[in-house]
Design a protein around this ligand. Structure first.
Ligand SMILES: [Zn+2]
Length: 634
């Protein structure tokens, strides 16, 4: 595993605010001293996802995910640790140096890195060519579509010459191997040896990943040639997976969050036109239908989607598919009604940004779109056609995951189709059941990783409380560090002691959230969960943390004595015990009883040690025990 030095990691975490980081992905709300959000890792209606800005730590009380800013980025974006660190480093303007390499992983990373370099250099070179004399017709084409030099620069539009030698000569001068050029998809290997350039004589539009790196190209024909497509894309490569990439997402992210919606178009030029007109919450599919991966990618940013496809038959089919896929991922879909014969590009150029915005504002829900079309085609007057159409609507309604929205929509559709809501609801249920029996439509390698079953380490509540104190109060940590003997003795009787001992020997600086979080990150999932699942972990330590620790150690000792007492009594109950052994055991129970009397007065045992979240009682505060004596829970 490649490593990032602890120093660099700490530097990055110190320069990062977890609330900012998480807030750039999901909506967070202040709640007293901390922040709350709807958990992005599990489905929920009321927020149980907490961010503690002092500790720079998040924790979900629902699904128990927790960690620091690096963990969040890693889990949310499904990145490797290194990539998550790099991402935060870039945000904070810190250079990351890696140590020690794993040869295999390193090779894959180097390949990716070289492909990214290759694509970047190619894009820069082709962009330069666009401004040469030979590319006048390419610039004229852009002009004819209303684009000037600024647009070409902003999107780094390029030109691939008709003459392959221009590009070949440049490529030969570069430090990439033949195999790398072929892997990039820019060159294609001929069957009988030799290679050729894939996109000759075309306008080159770079496709970027979410981070803004060029990972592929889409190339538009500049001269009519019925023998090849108007647009060709790069093939799938190690960088480019069509079903995972949305065009212009890297530019649209912020606007999508601001507008609380994403507009989805089909063509890259549609998207560019919208952005150029200042409508920036627009992304495009790469000439494919929306996939579940796209939907999951969008769900990170968008609460709502507006589909804005051509008004032709293909566009309508794409709209239906988009509705199904997005609904299944929980994104409500509306449809912008494009006038016949227009696409977003032509529309926005002809009518301007305001008209386009109005088109989005007037977007209708998917079912109104469908029913209006069916009415326009006079499909609903015939009884048979009408019932087929109702069934079709039911199958779309079944895709809506949110039960409240689904019910609303069932009523709405029933009213519009003048059919009974109960019948429609039955049809929806039938459709839902049918859909469940179908295998889910997923691209290979596309399924989210199965959550691993984590064995939570067993821990005694009082031990968990001591761990919380040791992690969050330097004084308590120091004091507890001197209680090694007591703890060692307790280890045989109470679960979780080794974890407390681990904290006390690692001694993470309790005044530094970076140190504490980095200690937590080094634990196993089961150990970490044992700590974060305890409610006291999320509270600030009491003012007098040492006194609280003393009190808790007192309870811990009492518990140990009590367990020992139980063990002895169990042994005494055994038949045929030699008399001398019986006497020894009796002595021991007596001694334990005396010891318990000494400490027992101070503690009332509860099932769960949650010291009422107030400063701990002073030792020996409770001078008059309740007449029934201390309650001791097993
Ligand atoms: Zn959760």
């Amino acid at each position: 595993m490649p490593q990032i030095s602890q120093e660099t990691k700490e530097q990055i975490l110190a320069a990062t605010d977890i609330v900012d980081v998480i807030g750039s992905y999901i909506e967070v709300k202040r709640a007293g001293p901390s922040y709350k959000a709807l958990c992005p890792f599990h489905n929920e209606k009321s927020p149980s996802f907490n961010i503690n800005p002092q500790r720079q730590f998040y924790h979900c009380f629902g699904c128990k995910k927790s960690g620091d800013a690096i963990t969040f980025v890693r889990e949310y974006e499904n990145l490797t640790f290194i990539d998550a660190v790099k991402k935060l480093a870039a945000r904070a303007g810190i250079t990351v140096t890696e140590e020690a390499f794993d040869p295999k992983e390193d090779k894959a990373r180097r390949q990716r890195g070289r492909q990214l370099d290759l694509h970047r250099e190619t894009s820069e070179f082709l962009h330069k060519l666009l401004f040469t004399r030979e590319a006048t017709h390419a610039r004229d084409y852009l002009k004819s579509r209303g684009f000037g030099k600024e647009m070409a620069e902003r999107w780094q539009i390029g030109w691939m010459p008709d003459d392959p030698d221009v590009f070949l000569k440049w490529a030969r001068g570069k430090d990439y191997k033949r195999g790398e050029w072929i892997d990039s998809g820019i060159f294609v290997a001929k069957e009988r040896g030799g290679i050729y350039v894939r996109f000759l004589g075309r306008l080159m539009i770079p496709i970027r990943n979410e981070h803004g790196d060029v990972i592929a190209f889409t190339a538009r024909q500049l001269r009519e040639d019925p023998k090849s497509g108007k647009y060709i894309n790069s093939p799938e490569t190690i960088l480019f997976k069509k079903s995972n990439v949305l065009f212009a997402l890297e530019r649209a992210r912020k606007a999508i969050l601001n507008e609380n919606a994403v507009v989805i178009c089909e063509g890259q030029l549609d998207v560019i036109s919208c952005h150029e007109q200042g409508i920036e919450h627009v992304v495009g599919t790469q000439g494919t239908a929306i996939t579940p991966s796209h939907a999951r990618l969008l769900r990170r940013y968008a609460k709502n989607a507006i589909v804005c496809f051509d008004a032709d038959k293909a566009g309508i089919l794409a709209t239906e598919k988009a509705f199904r896929v997005l609904s299944e991922e929980g994104i409500p879909v509306r449809v912008a009604r494009m006038p016949a014969g227009e696409d977003p590009d032509s529309f926005v150029r002809k009518n301007g940004a305001d008209a386009f915005r109005e088109l989005q504002a007037n977007a209708v829900n998917f079912f109104d779109f469908k029913i209006d079309r069916a009415n326009a085609e006079n499909l609903l007057s015939d009884l048979q056609q009408r019932s087929a159409f109702t069934r079709e609507c039911a199958s779309f309604l079944a895709a809506i995951q949110d039960t409240v929205s689904r019910e609303d929509m069932i009523n709405h559709v029933a009213t519009r189709l003048r059919t009974g809501a109960p019948e429609l609801r039955d049809a929806v249920l039938r459709a839902a059941r049918g859909a469940k029996n179908k295998p889910p439509e997923r691209v290979r390698g596309d399924a989210p990783p199965e959550p691993e079953k984590v064995e939570v380490l067993e821990i005694e509540p009082v031990v968990a409380y001591l761990c919380s104190l040791a992690l969050h109060s330097a004084a308590a940590q120091e004091w507890l560090g001197e209680q090694f003997e007591t703890l060692h003795e307790a280890a045989d009787h109470l679960p979780g002691i080794p974890l407390l001992e681990l904290i006390l020997s690692a001694r993470p600086d309790a005044t530094s959230h970076v140190a504490v979080n980095s200690f937590l990150a080094g634990l196993s999932d089961g150990q970490r969960l044992a700590l974060t699942s305890d409610p006291t972990f999320h509270d600030d330590p009491p003012e007098n943390a040492v006194a609280a620790a003393e009190t808790a150690i007192g309870e811990l000792s009492a518990k140990v004595l009590h367990r020992r007492d139980q063990d002895i009594k169990a042994r005494m109950a055994q038949p045929n015990l030699p008399p001398e052994e019986m006497i020894r055991l009796l002595h021991e129970t007596k001694r334990i009883a005396e010891l318990l009397k000494g400490i027992g007065q101070r503690f009332v045992f509860t099932d769960r040690f949650a010291p009422s979240r107030k400063p701990a009682p002073k030792p020996f505060q409770r001078r008059n025990p309740p007449s029934s004596g201390p309650e001791i829970s097993p």
